[in-house]
Design a protein around this ligand. Structure first.
Ligand code: HPA
Length: 274
């Protein structure tokens, strides 16, 4: 428990050597099956997680486990191809480690995407959802333990975790590109088992529109260190119990693959207008 500030600095120092004078503005954490956007980065510098001091590796399917630095839609970015999840055995502090390193490298914006199960019955599989707020029930905060004031305050505000200005940007981008964009609240379950139908009813009663196994801790850490955040979910399936059929990982990955182009267009459009 409690990673010292010196580790973050050592990771950042190593990466600075790898990327020369390049300074990313936008950090991108891309979810299941959506990591391909990283392959479109221009003049990329690719750094596998295993080469970076103190970095953990990602074991989830569809997650490559490397950083890609370069330009995307005119912005200097670092793309995380593969994220760390709590269900892989990592603490929340470990799953969010890279975000703080990106901040030390100069990134001031986090774009985060994920695959999620639809809880709002108006949604359909294959739709995109702008995340307007989140619920992280009962479990440890990634900020638990000694606060590192170099990053932010002990008790950070969480009223605007998802930056209103960036939400507007996403709405405008979707509208101008003719992309249908739902909006809603993302509720975190730790997984790796999908939710039970009873848990999904609870999620709905609590006001959630989608459920998923990532994102919330990363967003808390990014906001804590002063980054602006844009979050978009791809509704890969309706959550358990909504349709009379079981869920499968194949279904989730297939839906992610099918929506790749629309999803990429939205994210690239937002990047371009930042
Ligand atoms: N639940 C949790 N995580 C998910 C789901 C789901 O239904 N679909 C994709 N990721």
């Amino acid at each position: 428990m409690n990673i010292p500030f010196s580790h973050y600095e050592e990771s950042a120092d190593y990466l600075r050597q790898r990327i020369g004078g390049f300074q990313p503005k936008v950090a991108m954490v891309l979810g299941s099956g959506l990591g391909e956007l990283g392959d479109r980065v221009e003049e990329p510098t690719v750094v596998p997680y295993g080469e970076i001091p103190h970095f953990k590796t990602s074991t989830a399917p569809g997650h490559k486990g490397q950083l890609v630095f370069g330009h995307l839609a005119g912005q200097p970015v670092v793309v995380m191809q593969g994220r760390m999840h709590h269900y892989e055995g990592y603490s929340y502090e470990e799953t969010t480690y890279a975000i703080r390193v990106f901040r030390l490298l100069g990134a001031d914006t986090l774009m985060v995407t994920n695959a999620a199960g639809g809880v709002n019955q108006d949604f359909k599989a294959g739709e995109l959802m702008l995340i307007t707020d989140q619920i992280k029930p009962f479990l440890d905060s990634p900020l638990r333990g000694e606060n590192l004031p170099q990053f932010g305050p002990r008790f950070p505000d969480a009223s605007y975790l998802y930056t209103p200005r960036l939400q507007d940007l996403a709405r405008e981008t979707a509208h101008s590109q003719g992309i249908s964009l739902r909006e809603g609240i993302y509720l975190y379950f730790p997984g790796p088992q999908y939710e039970t139908p009873a848990e999904v009813r609870m999620a709905r009663a609590w006001g959630a529109d989608a459920v998923g196994m990532s994102t919330v801790a990363e967003v808390i850490v990014a906001a804590h260190c002063g980054m602006e955040v844009l979050g978009v979910s791809l509704i890969t399936n309706m959550a358990a119990g909504i349709l009379p059929q079981p869920l499968s990982e194949q279904e989730v990955l297939a839906a992610a693959a099918a929506a790749k182009e629309t999803f990429s267009a939205l994210i690239l459009g937002c990047l371009n207008k930042l």
